[in-house]
Design a protein around this ligand. Structure first.
Ligand SMILES: [Zn+2]
Length: 59
């Protein structure tokens, strides 16, 4: 199975679209988005998660 890795936080996803979303988030924020990171296969490697859902919609 192919996996897609966020180049910034190194989390891996089975869905390329989500990996890209993560990458966009990670490059514009200083932390991972909790909602995105929880879909990672290696989500335990995630750190400094941004837990607030609100932030996602502020942009
Ligand atoms: Zn990321």
């Amino acid at each position: 199975m192919d996996t897609y890795q966020c180049k910034v936080c190194k989390l891996e996803y089975t869905d390329e679209k989500i990996a890209k979303e993560c990458e966009v988030w990670c490059s514009t924020h200083e932390s991972c988005n909790y909602l995105i990171a929880q879909q990672a296969i290696n989500k335990n490697a995630a750190k400094d998660l941004s837990i607030t859902d609100d932030e996602r919609f502020k942009e």
